[in-house]
Design a protein around this ligand. Sequence first.
Ligand SMILES: [Zn+2]
Length: 445
Amino acid sequence: MAIVHMGVDDTDSPRTGCTTYVASLLVEKLHRIGVSFVDYPNLVRLNPNVPWKTRGNGALCLRFKCTEEQIEDIRQIAVDIVEENSDLDYEGTEPGVVFFFGKIIPRELADFAKQAIQGIVKMQDAMRLIKATKSEAVGFRTGRGILGALAAVGETLRGDHTYELIAYRLPSNRGTPRRLDAVSVFKMDEKTKDLTFNNVDSETGRILITPHGPDPILYGIRGQTPSAVKRAHKMVASLESIERWTIFRTNHGTDAHLRRINSTLEAHPFHPVILTGKVSKAPRIIPRRHTIFRISDKKGQIDCAAYEPTGELRKNAKQLLIGDVIEAYGSVRPASKNFPLTINLEKLRVVKLAPKIVFQNPLCPHCGRRMKSMGVRKGFRCCKCGLRSSELKKVIVEKKRGLQKRLYVASPRSQRHLTKPLSRYGLEKPCQPKRMISNWFWINQ
Ligand SMILES: [Zn+2]
C-alpha cells in the first residue's frame, strides 16, 4: 500500500473554472478505481494578499491509500483531469500538480505551507523542496500553480479547521443566475447557525452561500463539522439540479493567515499581521466612506484602513480616539503615491480606551441650566434666569465612550475566506478528525 498526497492549484481563471471542482472530479475518478481516502479533500486558502493570486487563492490536496500498481494510472488521471478542466487559454492560469508519497509530511513541507499561508513563497524554494522531499511536480505553462499545490500538500490542517460543503451546477446552467429558494437559506441559517457560519449577512440580508461569477459553484456551506454542513445542505431548496457536491476540510474561518508581529518595523507589504499600537492620528473619512487612522509604537507608525464594506468594523473604527490602544488585524498594503504603508483591517481589538474629554459651558449656579457663551472671554449667560458671569469657566467633562474593550470583526459580506468570524471564537479545534463520515461526496448519476 502507498499513501499519496496529491496537491492541485491554479486551474481557474476569472472567466471560468474552480480548482475545488477539479478536486471534486478527481475524487470521483479515484473513488471509481478503488483508492481509499484518508482525509476529506483539503481546501487550503493561501495568503490572500499575494499580488499574483488566483481568485480566492485556494489550493487543494487529496490524501489517499492505493496500491503501488495504481500509482502510474493515478498520475495520468490527475494530469488528464487538470488539463481538461483548466482554463489554459487564459493568460495567468498556470496549473500545477504535486505528488508526495508517504505517511508523514516532512517538516519542511509544513513550514513551506505556513509561509505560503502567512507570507510569500518563491518558485525556486518550491523546486528545491520538491527535490529534497522526493516529491513529483507537473506544471502547465509556467507551472506557477506548483507553489500552491505543494503548499496544500504541506498543510495537513492538524489544528483548527472547518468544513465546507460545495454543491456544483450542471454545465448547462453555468453562467446563468443561480436559482435557490432564498427562504430555505434563511431557515437553514436559523436552524444551523450554532454549527455553520457566514450563510447570510445579517446587516444587509444578503445571501452569502452563493458566489456570483461564472464558476461551477452553486453554493458553499461552511461549518464546524462535516455532519453540520451536510445537514444544512439538505435544508437548502435548490431550484436547479445539482451535478455533485463534496465536503472539504479547510482552513476557512481560522485566522491561519495572521501572524502576530512585535513592532511596526515588521509590517511588510502583502503580509497579514496582528499588531498592537496606540492611536496617534484620529480616524478620518476618505471618499467612498472608508475610514483611515494611524497607530504608533516605539518603533514607528502605520495607517489602518477600514473600508466601507466592512460595515460594523468601519462604524466602530470611526469612534477611536487618540490614545486608544488597539490590536489591528489585517493585511499590509504597500505604500502608494497617495497613501503610506497601510493595514487593511479585517478586525480590531480595543485593548485600552482613552478617556473622552470634552469642555462644556458651566451650569448656572442659580438655576442649574447649562449657560451660553457670550463670546471669547466674554463670560456666560443663562437663558433661563438671565444670570451673567465673567468669572465662570468652561468645565472638563469625561464622556462615555461608544466603544467597548472587545473584538470588532468586519461584517460577514466582506470577510476573507480565512477570517475567523466572531461566532467561531471558543469553537477552535485542537486536532484532526479521528474518522470520516460516510457519504461525504455525492454525484448526480
Ligand atoms: Zn440660571
